[in-house]
Every structure is written in C-alpha cells, then in structure tokens.
Design a protein around this ligand. Structure first.
Ligand SMILES: NC(=O)c1ccc[n+]([C@@H]2O[C@H](COP(=O)([O-])OP(=O)(O)OC[C@H]3O[C@@H](n4cnc5c(N)ncnc54)[C@H](O)[C@@H]3O)[C@@H](O)[C@H]2O)c1
Length: 180
C-alpha cells in the first residue's frame, strides 16, 4: 500500500516516533493525517505542520478511541492506515502472570457445528475439553506462558516468528473458506 491519497490516523502523533511518522507521511501526499495525542497542544502543533487534523485522545480510554474513529470516518469516509503508536515505557514486573491456551481442534459444540456444515479443518487430532482443562491447571501450576494441548502448535509458533509473512498468507488461506 502506498501512502499517497490515504487517510491516516497516528496515535501519539504529537511527539517522537509518531510525529516523525506524520512528517514522513506528509511528504507522500496522503488524503488526510489525523494526529491524535493525550497532549492536545503537541497534536495541534504537528497537525499544523503536516496540514492534518488534531484530536485530543487518550488511547487508554475506549470512548476516546471510538470517538477518534467515528469522527475520522465522518470527516473522511474511511481509514486506510491506523498507526497505534501511543505508548509509554514502564518498569514491566507487577507479579501478574499470563498463560495463553492455544489448542487446535477441541471436541465442543463449536467444532461439531463447523464439522456438520463441512467447514471444519480441525477435527483430525481433536481432543476432549476435559483434557484441555487438565493441561490448563498444570500450565498454571508451572506458570507456563503457552499451554499447548497439541504439541505441533509449538512448531507453528516458531514458524510464525521466523517467517510471519508466510504465516499470515497461510492463515488468510485457511480463513477464506470459513468466511463463506
Ligand atoms: N523510543 C524508543 O526507544 C522506543 C522503543 C521501542 C518502542 N517504542 C514505542 O514507540 C511508541 C512511541 O514512543 P516514542 O519514543 O515516540 O515516545 P514519546 O514519549 O516521544 O511520544 C509518545 C507520545 O504519545 C503520547 N501519549 C502517551 N500516552 C498516551 C495515551 N494514553 N494516549 C494518547 N497519546 C499518548 C505522548 O503524549 C507523546 O506525544 C511507544 O508505543 C513506545 O512504547 C519506543
């Protein structure tokens, strides 16, 4: 996708990387740049510089994001590129542990419904939900991040990290028939 003629939103656009993005995008004649920032004055300064629109928005507030999107859609009719750039540096460990359960097929109503409609590709090797629940308890006890009832998923994660473009192409290919 080229920047020319695109409608672009940059959060945290008032300083640093976001401001540099706005300036660089402006050089490629986009249709519109919306500079959103917690610091409204900074957003207005950058918007003035790039002939964009400034918006006061705190990305930690869902209402602000909804308003930002709605106002941009109202004004420009579309958003081609949303740079979710705003963020802060913090000092990470507050004792919160996270585990992500990533199964392939699990024999639940969801899978069986898809199977009945000939839309499932996960039935081979599908496991029972009780087996998944047992692994979750073990994974939490071990404070493991990834809980993988199907060990081959570990290889998919590796492939995703080493060639994410290929992985995304594959996932899009898999998802296409499920959308019909
Ligand atoms: N600078 C680095 O070395 C570095 C490295 C890796 C990642 N990042 C990430 O890049 C992004 C931009 O960082 P930067 O270095 O340009 O920071 P910066 O502090 O220079 O600029 C951040 C901008 O985001 C705005 N902002 C902060 N919280 C906000 C919120 N809740 N809602 C809306 N706007 C908010 C600030 O007002 C500021 O204008 C951040 O997500 C940061 O975590 C930065």
């Amino acid at each position: 996708m080229l920047i020319t003629d695109k409608v672009i939103v940059v959060t945290g656009g008032g300083n640093g990387i976001g401001r540099a993005l706005c300036r660089r995008f402006a050089a490629d004649t986009p249709r519109a740049i919306v500079v959103a920032d917690l610091d409204g004055d900074a957003a207005r300064r950058v918007a003035g510089e790039v002939r964009g629109t400034a918006r006061d928005a705190d990305v930690t507030c869902e209402g602000d994001i909804q308003r930002l999107v709605a106002e941009t859609m109202q004004q420009h009719g579309r958003i081609d590129l949303f740079c979710s750039n705003a963020g802060i540096a913090n000092n990470g460990d507050r004792g919160i542990r996270v585990s992500a359960l990533c199964p392939q097929g699990v024999r639940t109503d969801m899978l069986m419904r898809a199977e009945a409609e000939d839309r499932s590709f996960l039935i081979d090797g599908a496991v029972e939900p009780e087996y998944v629940a047992e692994l979750v308890v073990q994974g939490i006890a071990d404070e493991r991040f990834l809980i993988l009832p199907h060990p081959e998923v570990a290889e998919y994660v590796r492939r995703k990290a080493t060639d994410h473009e290929r992985w995304l192409r594959g996932m899009r290919r898999l998802a296409r028939p499920l959308q019909n």
